[in-house]
Design a protein around this ligand. Structure first.
Ligand code: AMP
Length: 238
């Protein structure tokens, strides 16, 4: 395990409940990272992002990193066997004993099946629970495509939700506002399409096993966190 891929969980939980393995799903911009951080703090469990671990391997330039680098540059998926082995190594670390939040894994039906049987066979762990943070598509579109920032002082605005006093310029210093390239509508639509295609088989898998739930993400951060917590507790009892 590389230093920069170390667990982010502190192991100090604000709540004694052991949530077991969780998978958080949600499109880009939905606040998945923020929610994962809240759960980390509450339950003292780490977030495990396969994208982050792969990038750490790429930075190290080891055998896995060399393969992953090319595959990732093409925007394709790293082969299941390699990712599964990498995840097995990570899950065997002691900070995962009470649970963890998976981010970006499983991403294929094969990975989901592998994870289920691996957990059963190796760690005698409870099964994975998948939670999707659902948001209204048009609201998400406005949140992302309306975003503008000041290149001088970095203040962020939203032309729909939090517009500047004078159109197109910063309230603080009058600098013309800019839009980030990947906040443009075509790119947003493309990323959403990619997200939907890649999560479809995984959602299908956990739905069929009745280990899937959705929470309404169109609310305040703390309300969404509270619903995730109660959903996990309910599914663990079921
Ligand atoms: P992410 O940071 O989750 O968007 O992942 C970045 C890239 O890492 C992806 O485009 C894939 O090439 C690779 N990757 C991350 N997670 C997985 C996974 N579970 N299976 C295969 N490839 C992955």
């Amino acid at each position: 395990m590389q230093e920069n891929a170390r667990p982010t969980g502190t192991g100090r939980a604000a709540d004694n409940f052991a949530p077991g393995p969780l998978l958080l799903l949600g499109p880009p911009g939905v606040g998945k990272g923020t929610q994962a951080k809240n759960l980390e703090k509450l339950w003292g469990i780490p977030q495990i992002s396969t994208g982050d671990i792969l990038r750490a391997n790429v930075a190290q330039g080891n055998a896995l990193g060399k393969i992953a680098k090319e595959v990732m540059a093409r925007g394709e998926l790293v082969p299941d066997t390699l990712v599964n082995e990498m995840v097995a190594g990570r899950l065997a670390e002691p900070d995962t004993a009470r649970g963890y939040i998976l981010d970006g894994f499983p991403r294929t039906f094969g990975q989901a099946e592998w994870l289920d049987s691996w957990l059963k066979g190796h760690l005698d762990s409870p099964p994975v629970i998948a939670i999707r943070i659902r948001v209204n598509y048009n609201q998400l579109l406005r949140r992302i495509t309306g975003r503008r920032s000041c290149p001088a002082c970095q203040t962020i605005y939203n032309v729909y939700l939090n517009p500047p006093e004078k159109e197109g310029v910063c309230n603080v210093d009058g600098t013309p506002l800019v839009q980030r390239g990947d906040d443009k509508e075509e790119i947003f639509t493309e990323r959403m399409r990619g997200y939907q295609a890649s999560t479809r088989p995984v959602i299908h898998h956990y739905k069929a096993l009745r280990r899937f739930a959705e929470v309404d993400g169109d609310r305040g951060i703390d309300e969404v966190s509270a619903e995730i917590v109660s959903t996990v507790r309910r599914l663990r009892k079921a």
